[in-house]
Write a protein that binds this ligand. Structure first.
Ligand code: NAD
Ligand code: TYD
Length: 357
């Protein structure tokens, strides 16, 4: 692999992946990051990479729905791999307004597939890797885990748009022979996570002495994976995964939401004790927990069987949830300037209009 197109590389997982490829995986070729810079995209996530890998890391601001731009980029850079992260990624936003999810997640994936099909014209030495979610499988009862063979049953506009994009990717493989792989991963957390998602939202609200909103009874279950482990899994599938295959990726770390929130409070008490934080006005972080109205159609439980990835490619998660949470809390404490930046501008306007937090 000489030149990789990464889409959505200015977001949470994409920026961690670019850093992983250049710094940890020893990738020696060129990475082109195509990102529209929506509210969730932040080129600052990679400003150090831009300096360190001048010429080998290239940023392009643009939309994956723009066929002309895609065609130009494929001609200019002669990509031999695509790693497709770009998406609208937040379930709550998809409930408020699904349109952008349909545009980017479905039409954008189609534009990329069609451009790759034409540019690669039957080549077999190339790879289109699509990054997807376990949410396409729907919601589990008390037992069981999602396998690669679990029928799709998406329930939110977000998961429906991701399911649709997964189907398009597989259709391009079966119909046109495009060499594709898909990974369906559970909930990620770690550095550069946008603070509308549960873990960073709770860390930052707690530090400001604001309520920690727990939807419904807080007994929904998610499986959590440290973002660096997800990047390692994607890299492995990209290099060694069989084309036309789907690989589930999970953290073997199923938690009730309420326990995640309590775990964050405990990590904060260790690293930034509430007693020394004037915003807490004498309260403990735990006392900020506030049960709020549930998310409509809230999936009850996700759990992932990643034995195929372990068996075929030898991948397993390396960071425990406890360790990952400590690292994540430490990162947010160490990066207040990043937090201030991403919470300003468009995001602030949207939050003010939609919820009052
Ligand atoms: P994110 O919201 O943090 O980042 C998305 C990035 O895509 C942003 O940089 C944004 O600017 C960019 N983008 C959005 N629309 C675009 C467009 N039309 N053209 C070009 N760029 C565009 O998301 P994330 O959490 O990093 O998720 C990345 C991918 O991983 C998504 O496809 C998501 O479905 C998938 N995924 C996420 C999780 C998770 O827990 N966050 C778990 C499994 C899978
Ligand atoms: P989230 O981080 O939005 O990820 P996803 O919906 O993709 O799983 O939410 C994780 C879980 O936390 C989910 O069950 C919804 C819940 N949640 C809350 O209880 N409060 C919140 O403020 C948020 C954002 C999420």
């Amino acid at each position: 692999m000489n030149t990789i197109l990464v889409t959505g590389g200015a977001g949470f997982i994409g920026s961690n992946f670019i850093r992983y490829a250049l710094e940890d995986a020893g990738f020696k070729g060129r990475l082109v990051n195509l990102d529209k810079l929506t509210y969730a995209g932040n080129p600052e996530n990679l400003s150090d990479m831009q300096k360190k890998y001048k010429g080998r890391y290239v940023f392009v601001k643009g939309d994956i729905c723009d066929f002309k731009l895609l065609e130009r980029l494929f001609k200019k850079h002669r990509f031999d791999a695509v790693v497709h992260f770009a998406a609208e990624s937040h379930v709550d936003r998809s409930i408020f307004g699904p349109k952008d999810f349909i545009e980017t997640n479905i039409h954008g994936t189609f534009a990329l597939l069609e451009t790759a099909r034409q540019a690669w014209a039957g080549r077999k030495d190339v790879r289109f890797h699509h990054v997807s979610t376990d949410e396409v499988y729907g919601s589990l009862g008390r037992t069981g885990k999602f396998k690669e063979t679990t029928p799709y049953d998406p329930r939110s506009p977000y998961s429906a748009s991701k399911a649709s994009s997964d189907h398009l990717v597989m259709a391009y493989h079966h119909t046109y022979g495009l060499p594709v792989t898909i990974s369906n991963c559970s909930n990620n957390y770690g550095p550069y996570h946008f603070p509308e998602k549960l873990i960073p939202l709770v860390i930052l609200n707690a530090l400001e002495g604001k309520p920690l909103p727990v939807y419904g009874d807080g007994l929904q279950v998610r499986d959590w994976l440290y973002v660096g482990d997800h990047c390692a899994a994607i890299w492995r599938v990209l290099r060694k995964g069989r084309t036309g295959q789907t690989y589930n990726v999970g953290g073997a770390s199923e938690k009730y939401n309420i326990d995640v929130v309590k775990g964050i409070c405990a990590a904060l008490e260790r690293q930034a004790p509430s007693a020394a934080n004037p915003a807490l006005k004498g309260k403990k972080y735990l006392q900020l927990i506030t049960y709020v109205k549930d998310r409509p159609g809230h999936d009850r439980r996700y759990a992932i069987d990643f034995s195929k990835l372990r068996r075929e490619l030898g991948w397993r998660p390396s960071v425990t949830f406890k360790e990952g949470l400590e690292r994540t809390v430490a990162w947010y404490l160490a990066n207040p300037a990043w937090v201030k930046n991403v919470k300003s501008g468009e995001y602030r306007k949207w939050l003010n209009k939609n919820y009052r937090r």
